[in-house]
Design a protein. Structure first.
Length: 92
């Protein structure tokens, strides 16, 4: 999936009913809001940055603004990074 395709899925059905999600063997997390960024991040990985947490796709990255895990909104980058780590998403 490209970053543009992921962004379109996120904005198509935005919060409070996020439709975009990341599913791993360890669980699922919903992406309530994210925006495209020019900052680099390896495909399939997340990366904390000064601007926030980045999630890498085939052709670029999204900067995560809000995640939802177990019904809880995660807006702080440190909480978002912890959630990705708990799901086993590689840090790039």
């Amino acid at each position: 999936m490209t970053a543009g395709e992921a962004f379109n899925q996120i904005r198509a059905v935005a919060d409070p009913w996020p439709n975009a999600f990341l599913e791993t063997a360890a669980g699922t997390i919903k992406v309530a809001w994210a925006l495209p960024t020019e900052l680099p991040c390896p495909r399939g990985c997340f990366r904390p940055s000064r601007e926030g947490v980045l999630l890498g796709f085939a052709d670029g990255a999204l900067r995560i603004h809000t995640l939802k895990a177990d019904g809880v909104r995660l807006e702080r980058p440190s909480d978002q990074a912890s959630a990705f780590r708990l799901l086993g998403v590689l840090e790039g």
